[in-house]
Design a protein around this ligand. Sequence first.
Ligand code: M6R
Length: 614
Amino acid sequence: MCGIVGYIGHGNVYDILISGLKRLEYRGYDSAGVALVAESGQLNVFKTMGKVSNLEAYCAQKDTQAVLGIAHTRWATHGEPCDNNAHPHFSEDGKLAIVHNGTIENYQILKDALAEHGCNFYTETDTEVLVQLIEYIKVQNNCELIDAVREALKQVVGAYAIAVVERDNPDQIIAARKSSPLVIGIGDGETFLGSDGTPFVEYTKNVVYVKDEEIAIIRRGEPLKLVDFNNKESKVNVDQLQLSISQLEKGGYPHFMLKEIFEQPMTLTDCIRGRVVNGGEHVMLNGVFTNIDKFKNVNRIIIVACGTSWHASLLGKQLIQDMCQIAVEVEYASEFRYSNPVITDRDIVIAVSQSGETADTLAAIQIAKSKGAFVFGISNVVGSSIPRETDSGTYIHVGPEIGVASTKAFTGQVMVFTMLALSVAKLRGTLTEEQIKDFASYIVRVPELVEETLALDEKIRHLSLIYTYARNFMYLGRGYSYPVALEGALKLKEISYIHAEGYPAAEMKHGPIALIDSEMPTVIIAPKDHLYDKIVSNVQQIKSRGGSIIAIVTKGDTVIKELADHVLEVPEVPECLTPIITSVPLQLLSYYIAINKGKNVDMPRNLAKSVTVE
Ligand code: M6R
């Protein structure tokens, strides 16, 4: 959460920072600010509540001339969103400014100690404590900024990516990270900083991923220097940023979310490219084939994830159990990390995360590794922390997902799980070659079937008008459709703020059925699968209690069509592939309901795309 940007070079500092902030706004958007250092040795900090556009309006009449600067877009952790708590924060003498993504867990202890030495605090944030600490050390030790930052960070417990600038030094930015992402872009005579590479993708593709407990010394006209907390210099590895500017634009769609929903035929094609080969003859997930022994001899698989990735993981469990006959558990990463899990070296832990930066998932990985498990990552963002922290893994390759509500990443994750299960089934001989070929031949058709499903767009848009003002929704499904129900409910609540519950359909009679009345619509995911007859009974139970039903059914369904108020027909696929198809109309339904309510679907309230705090 929170996005940080920095720039030193010959370009227009303010413009580069603002456009960088706009790209990072998906990480948090309750306030924004910039700190600009002018050649004359002046430090100007401008910050406002709300979006980056508010900041731009606020700065319109200000002097934004600068030779370097840092900037921030915030997702509040300590202190309410307001101008005063917005970043950058500065030291009491006004000489230092800092931007920070993360949380300083021991900030209160540090704050009390600094207060005893006469420091005053003007905000409610943990970040102000850090900049005051740096200033205090600098003054006490009469040392350089880099030494003060290093000493301060030794005292800090928590997570951070920071960038610090000094009023009296228009030639230097000091940055550091621990458990929060930080990427440096190396340009021609200019250096960029970002929480990811999006702020500077049009300027350079040469990037350095700063490692945990590394401090970057960025000086005008000098090569980038990285040191650890003992001032030992480390090697600067330059990677290539795999991102293009067109991927970061809306491409004619009104919202990133809609663009990302409609991109799915393409993103699924990218996801399976090179993995399902010869028109569906073979499935070959590299991360599995480079770890044959691990997957062949695995005793148990534990999948850890959060949010939508957790829903995809539930489907991963079903796929792996069905195809590979391996016991699989799925845990919320946030619970797993504190559950004292029992893990052996024959267990594989799979960590799933679109962003690759989710703090709880990263912590779960550390626990699993410390207990000897082989950890396999499934991520989308190339070069993010999870792929770097795991023993092996695979990317879903669906391109940058900007909308806070995850859509194409979900279908990509489910597709990767499908290919993973088929690859492992091949190794373990739990499916015949014929069966694998059969599934694989369907996989290559999935993109076109998703395209066909997207043709429901207009129908769903009309349908959404009927349900826009419902105050509660129930989502039900069984088997492979149960995680889809959870995901459908999550999508609706996060962008429309309508309360929605996802349930396994058969559980309904154990309690939730009490909620059913004419004002509680139910979305039933009921494709033709081995539980179809069972779900028909559930539909009848809701109908007989006056509930209205929107059903997602397989094309040609006649039984549910008779019972439901509205049906959305989707193409027929093998049961294990139904989630990729049935989740698409649910994405569209949430999108249109939220739009009808005038909500900001790309930046829903209180949320952020990348949850890098606990
Ligand atoms: O980046 P991750 O997949 O680790 O993120 C996990 C969740 O924060 C994320 O899926 C969240 O639930 C989304 N907003 C869902 O749309």
